[in-house]
Design a protein around this ligand. Structure first.
Ligand code: MGP
Length: 220
C-alpha cells in the first residue's frame, strides 16, 4: 500500500534522522521538490500511551499519554526518543492507539472488540520483543491489513516477568473476516512459523475471566 511504502521504503528509518538531514545540494533543490520539506502524512493520527505499574494507584491512573503524531517523520522522532520495550521495568506497557480511542476495554470503540495476542517466552525478550514491537507499530501506522485496517484500534506491549505480550486490538469481535485477515497478515509480517498458532480473544472474555487463560474465539 501507499502507506506501507511510506513507512518501510522511506529513507528516515530508526536512528537515521541525523544523517539524512540537509541532503539538498543547493537552496533551490529544497524549494523545487516538495518531497524535501513536506512531512509524509499518515492515514490516521496516533497516540502513544505508557503504563507504569504503581501499586498505590488505580489501573487508569497509571496510564499516561506520551504524545500524538500523524506523520512518518514524527513517528520516527518519537520512536527514536523513547526506550525499547526490553528496557522497560516489569509491569510496564506501551499502547499505540488511533487518536480518540483510549487503550482500555471500556472505550466505546473497544468494548465489543478483542485482541490478537502473542505471548512471548522469557528468552524472546532478548531476541524478538523489540523487533516484533517495531514491526507491530509499522503494521498499524502503515495500514498494512488492507480494508481490515479500519477494524484496528491499536496495539499493546506488556512487559511481564512471566513472559511479555504483544497484542493488536480490533473493534468488533464479530467481524470475523477482518479479524482473520489481520491475524494472517500480522503473522506473516512477523515471520511467525505457520505451525505456531496465535489466538484472538474478546475483551469481554478477558475482562471477566476467573482463571489465567481466556478461550480463543479465532486462531491462525
Ligand atoms: P494486563 O496488564 O492486561 O495483563 O491486566 P497482566 O498484567 O499480564 O495480567 P493477566 O491478568 O493478563 O495475567 C492486568 C490487570 O490490569 C487486569 O486484571 C485489570 O485489573 C487491569 N486492566 C488491564 N486492562 C487492559 C484494563 C482495561 O482495559 N481496563 C481496566 N479497567 N483495567 C484493565
Amino acid at each position: 500500500t501507499l502507506f506501507g511504502w511510506l513507512v518501510t521504503g522511506f529513507s528516515l528509518g530508526p536512528r537515521a534522522t541525523e544523517n539524512e538531514e540537509g541532503r539538498a545540494d543547493s537552496p533551490t533543490a529544497a524549494v523545487t521538490s516538495p518531497e524535501q520539506y513536506i512531512k509524509h502524512p499518515l492515514q490516521h493520527r496516533w497516540a502513544l500511551w505508557y503504563f507504569k505499574n504503581d501499586k498505590s494507584k488505580s489501573w487508569t491512573e497509571n496510564l499516561r499519554l506520551i504524545s500524538k503524531f500523524d506523520t512518518v517523520e514524527d513517528f520516527w522522532a518519537l520512536y527514536n526518543h523513547i526506550q525499547q520495550p526490553s528496557k522497560l521495568g516489569f509491569g510496564c506497557d506501551y499502547c499505540l492507539f488511533k487518536d480518540g480511542i483510549k487503550p482500555m476495554w471500556e472505550d466505546d470503540r473497544n468494548k465489543l472488540g478483542g485482541r490478537w495476542l502473542m505471548t512471548l517466552s522469557k528468552q524472546q525478550r532478548h531476541n524478538d520483543l523489540d523487533r516484533y514491537w517495531m514491526e507491530t507499530l509499522l503494521c498499524l501506522i502503515g495500514e498494512s491489513f488492507d480494508e481490515a485496517s479500519e477494524d484496528v484500534c491499536g496495539a499493546v506491549v506488556n512487559v511481564r516477568p512471566k513472559g511479555d505480550k504483544i497484542s493488536i486490538w480490533t473493534g468488533n469481535c464479530q467481524n470475523k473476516d477482518a479479524i482473520m485477515t489481520i491475524g494472517q497478515q500480522y503473522k506473516e509480517r512477523l515471520s511467525i512459523p505457520i505451525k505456531t498458532l496465535i489466538g484472538y480473544q474478546s475483551h469481554d472474555d478477558t475482562s471477566s475471566k476467573s482463571g489465567s487463560t481466556t478461550k480463543n474465539m479465532y486462531s491462525v
